[in-house]
Design a protein around this ligand. Structure first.
Ligand SMILES: [Mn+2]
Length: 369
């Protein structure tokens, strides 16, 4: 197993590659969607957003091109890091796949082209989140250890029960000129049907391109958020996603923080089952306390998950993918996000090394030479 680091779009620069390598990462997971183009919050932290979401989706006509991806890959590699995954499609490129809208056929072809481009550029994994409401309905508070600010959910309120405005999906605005009104509610079966159609059309392309798709579970894991159904809101529902199109290219982005927030199942059994089945290209490993809809994110050593036990399970099952820390509470200092992430990385690195021995992350140590 390797330790990686997630970089938001505005962090794709020398200083952040160095920060990731200094934290002990061998790999990076890159967000190409710019979530932060409108919201005014501490620019490094995970986006929370309110009823109006995070920001505006990208340019629908500007897809991921091979030359751009290769240029970025070389930049990352020149720092001794490996570009392991892209995390998330831009709603601008696939809103009508999620919504079963009039541009669906065009967008399926566009997504297929992007998957081929990602394969050509030598990036092995694309993480995605097949969700209408997306990561929504949480807030922040100074409730982690030492009054650290973190993300939490404190019951069902307007933030997660109000309908989604027209022109928005997955927390972003894809149509700034949309008529007033709200997204009509659909059923779980309708959304599963949309996912199944998507997978059956694009997974064969991913197979050919040598790219693995990896599905994030629904965070927060509730049956409905903002009056729309959620797909993977309990651990066993990942089986249904895998069964919808069995293939090595149809994988899961196993977010163990989200799994721990789920009201059924067990983090260790879930990790063992899906890693054993070779379904997991990468893992989000963060800690939480409580269950949806009442939980909070915590420091990595301070929540319900025994991180060392998770690492032992992954080691026993021969996990050969990448772990990234996902999110961390903000620490009181001049660089709250960086300090929080560095703390998580140090803890994860120690947990991995104490289980697998010191030879982890050869790629990162090569950076120095
Ligand atoms: Mn996650």
């Amino acid at each position: 197993m390797r330790l990686g680091f997630g970089l938001y779009r505005h962090m794709l620069d020398q200083a952040h590659y160095e920060f990731a390598a200094q934290c002990g990462a061998s790999d990076v997971v890159v967000h190409l969607v710019d979530y932060f183009n409108r919201i005014n919050q501490r620019s490094s932290d995970q986006p929370i957003g309110g009823l109006d979401g995070w920001g505006e989706a990208g340019d629908p006509d500007r897809i991921w091109e091979v030359a751009d991806l290769v240029r970025l890959r070389r930049e990352i590699e020149s720092q001794g890091l490996r570009w392991y995954a892209i995390e998330n499609f831009d709603p601008a490129h696939w809103h009508d796949i999620l919504l079963d809208g009039p541009k669906r056929a065009h967008q399926i072809e566009q997504v297929k082209r992007m998957i081929r481009h990602v394969g050509e550029a030598g990036i092995p994994v694309i993480g995605y989140n097949f969700s209408l409401a997306g990561v929504a309905g949480r807030k922040t508070g100074k409730v982690a250890r030492g009054n650290a600010e973190c993300v939490l959910m404190d019951g069902i309120d307007e933030l997660n029960s109000a309908p989604i405005k027209q022109g928005m999906v997955w927390n972003m605005t894809y149509d700034t000129r949309a008529a007033p009104g709200v997204m009509p509610s659909i059923s779980h079966e309708q959304l599963w049907d949309r996912l199944q159609r998507f997978l059956r059309e694009v997974v064969p392309v991913a197979e050919q391109a040598g790219v693995r798709l990896a599905a994030h579970p629904d965070d927060p894991p509730l049956e409905f958020v903002r009056q729309q159904p959620r797909l993977v809101h309990q651990p066993h529902l990942y089986h249904r996603l895998l069964a919808a199109c069995p293939s090595h290219a149809n994988g899961i982005e196993l977010c163990l923080g989200t799994v721990a927030e789920m009201t059924t199942g067990d983090v260790y059994d879930t990790a063992r089952t899906y890693v054993q089945g070779r379904h997991v290209p990468y893992i989000h490993l963060r800690n939480v306390r409580g269950k949806a809809p009442h939980y909070q994110e915590t420091f990595i050593d301070d929540g319900d998950i025994d991180i060392h036990r998770v690492i032992r399970v992954l080691h026993e099952e021969g996990f050969d993918g990448v772990i990234i820390p996902d999110h961390a509470p903000q620490m009181s200092c001049a660089a709250p996000w960086y300090a929080g992430m560095a703390f998580a990385m140090g803890y994860l690195r120690a947990a991995i090394q104490s289980t697998t021995g010191p030879n982890l992350n050869l790629a990162a140590s090569r950076t120095a030479s």
